[in-house]
Design a protein around this ligand. Structure first.
Ligand code: SF4
Length: 215
């Protein structure tokens, strides 16, 4: 079976309605027809989300001196999207390392009238030894506390949040959180210990430059 490889496409012709010139284009390798995909987006909830995502994008990109320019940050976009969806109760799942940002975020959300539930990663003070994590995989000892993303999600599920915002969860823990959350999940920030959470900086710095030169 062929797989799509948009990364290898020369011109991203899909942007101007001309996909398929490239042999690994999804429009060439997939058996799914375009009409079938369009139909999927007519499912009411999906369609509503697409409608509101467009409204949020349009609200953010405003003409400034004749040029479409972003006029608000993602935090404001998330709140605008929640307003459009009619979501009033928002969960914030945050990492201990992102506590400051999470505290500020909850204040902003509350000031805008949202009801907020927030859960830190170390809830219940689980220890690594309880999850059979080997000593050599611990930073100091098996007694150190460990993130508990499944329960971050479960407790927000119990609280009945309508949207959950991830703030700084670790790789892996963020996946378990998203998988376990009943509500839709959007990410405000992810943890990148080395770059101060600027996850794409290594792609623009010299960090991978040898690899990028070679391939
Ligand atoms: S969808 Fe097709 S045209 Fe668009 S980037 Fe992918 S391969 Fe290129």
């Amino acid at each position: 079976m062929d797989f799509p490889r948009c990364d290898r496409c020369g011109d991203a012709g899909c942007k101007v309605g001309e996909p398929g010139k490239f042999k690994d284009c999804p429009t060439v390798v997939s058996d799914v027809t375009r009409d079938e995909i369009v139909e999927r987006y007519h499912e009411p909830e999906i369609n509503r989300i697409m409608q509101n995502a467009a409204k949020v994008e349009r609200g953010t990109m405003q003409p400034v001196n004749g040029v479409l320019t972003p006029i608000r940050p993602r935090i404001s976009e998330i709140m605008a999207f929640a307003d459009l969806m009619g979501w009033k109760k928002i969960g914030v799942a945050f990492c201990l390392a992102a506590r400051d940002e999470a505290i500020k975020l909850t204040k902003v959300l509350e000031a805008r009238g949202f009801e907020v539930c927030s859960i830190i990663c170390r809830n219940f003070s689980m220890q690594k030894r309880e999850f059979d994590i080997a000593k050599e995989d611990c930073l100091k000892s098996e007694m150190e506390t460990v993130c508990n993303p499944v329960y971050q999600a479960e407790l927000l599920n119990e609280a009945g949040t309508q949207l959950n915002i991830v703030v700084g969860l670790c790789v892996g823990h963020d996946m378990l959180f998203s998988k376990s959350s009943n509500a839709y999940v959007t990410t405000l920030s992810v943890k990148d210990r080395m770059t101060g959470n600027n996850t794409i900086a290594p792609l623009y710095s010299g960090f991978f430059s040898e690899i990028l030169k070679r391939y």
